[in-house]
Write a protein that binds this ligand. Structure first.
Ligand code: NAD
Ligand code: MG
Length: 381
């Protein structure tokens, strides 16, 4: 297989698993980027020999340059460095595994340079879906979902006629606090919220899973990826995370994608599409699992999913505002400055209080709405 990637967010959960896939299938790695954990990045540079590395923070980049001075890898930093990595010559696909809206500009840079994008960074589509979609069209490049639910839907849709889809059914694990009441959620700690039942992920998405914000972001992500409105996207809680999502067709046939919960399957499919290659992921033993369970989401206790649906229906900048408010709130929760239930409160108020000034939105509008929303929330506390 002759494939070369540029990997943004290499030191995170998705980044490391992407390199597992690259190692297994001899995929070339042209560039790597990271914000922190330069210790991990150094090991990656020594194993994969990228031409370019971007360490976002300038001071850390200077230090890093010294650490890898004996290699031929070039070190860059900052936003320009991220652009350089996203546009590096010789990479056909950019894997975006950055966390948060910081992934938006590099996604656009990659598309502009004619690269296909394997997208884990859902915040890119939540905040900038309209712009990303029009840029994809303009530059005739493809975007492949890495998020497991969206990869599952993408897999189910293969061979499905264009007009056959009735709705999407996205599964949700329910996160760390499934079944708890609001009263019980009042005093939960950061450590409690970081205990995800089925997946080992970065801190931000693990908190998002506990609040159900992750599912809200995923509904918005799905609406952009598959061109469907909020009314055609169901969410069902499925504790075992074996069915990764489903599609329902006009004749009410339902097609599901199943497998062991391991992100290396969707990562690999985004890189090898439409091919299927071997994988070290554990085979699914249905008799061992024995039972699959399903529940409706508890939207009264976990309000973020409905807040996101509201933002999606309002359209324009509202999803970007919901996302920015959530990023600020999660940051404060992780710093122990606010309680768990303050997160939906902050996100809900941000969406409620926002009034959109314009119908058609530019990248500038999105970045401004993001910055203003964040600032307002972080300054208030
Ligand atoms: P993570 O926190 O483990 O890793 C994030 C990576 O982004 C790190 O390499 C970090 O250095 C880099 N980064 C952080 N802030 C940055 C910034 N401001 N600019 C540039 N780089 C920055 O996160 P993760 O769990 O791997 O998730 C990454 C993305 O994938 C998120 O959008 C998440 O929602 C999505 N996702 C993750 C999983 C999963 O299983 N982890 C599943 C589905 C989707
Ligand atoms: Mg997901």
């Amino acid at each position: 297989m002759t494939k070369n990637i540029s990997l943004l967010g290499a030191t995170g959960s998705i980044g490391k698993q992407t390199l597992d896939v690259a190692r297994m299938h001899h995929i070339g790695v042209k560039a790597l980027t990271a914000n922190t954990r330069t210790d991990i990045l150094e090991q990656q540079v020594r194993e994969f020999h990228p031409e370019l590395v971007c360490v976002v923070n300038e001071e850390r980049a200077k230090q890093f340059k010294i650490s890898i001075a004996d290699t031929s890898t070039k070190v860059v930093s900052g936003k320009n460095g991220m652009t350089e990595a996203a546009q590096i010559a010789g990479a056909d696909t950019v894997v975006n595994a950055v966390v948060g809206v910081a992934g938006l500009l590099p996604t656009l840079s990659a598309i502009e340079a004619g690269k296909n994008v394997a997208l884990a960074n859902k915040e890119t589509l939540v905040a900038g879906g309209s712009i990303v979609k029009s840029e994809l069209k303009k530059h005739s490049v493809q975007l492949y979902p890495v998020d497991s639910e969206h990869s599952a839907i993408f897999q189910c849709l293969q061979g499905c006629p264009d007009n056959a889809l009735k709705k999407l059914i996205i599964t949700a694990s329910g996160g760390a606090f499934f079944g708890k009441s609001k009263e019980e959620l009042k005093n939960v700690t950061v450590e409690d919220a970081l205990k995800h039942p089925n997946w080992n992920m970065g801190a931000k998405i693990t908190i998002d899973s506990a609040t159900m914000m992750n599912k809200g972001l995923e509904v918005i992500e799905a609406s952009w990826l598959f061109d469907v409105g909020d009314e055609k996207i169901d969410v069902v809680v499925h504790r075992e995370s074996i069915i990764h999502s489903m599609i329902q067709l006009k004749d009410n046939a339902v097609i599901a994608q199943l497998g062991t919960a391991d992100m290396r399957v969707p990562i690999q499919y985004a890189l090898t599409y439409p091919e299927r290659l071997p994988s070290p992921v554990k085979e699914l033993d249905l008799t061992e699992i024995a039972k699959l369970s399903f529940y409706p989401p508890d939207n009264d206790t976990f309000e973020c999913l409905e807040i996101c649906r509201r933002a999606l229906r309002k359209g324009g900048l509202y999803p970007a505002v919901a996302n920015a408010a959530n990023e600020a709130a999660v940051q404060m929760f992780l710093e122990r400055k606010i309680g768990f239930l303050d997160i939906p409160d902050i996100v809900g108020k941000a969406v409620e209080n926002f009034s959109s000034r314009n119908e058609t939105i530019s990248l500038q509008d999105i970045l401004e709405a993001d910055r203003e929303t964040r600032q307002e929330i972080l300054c208030q506390r």
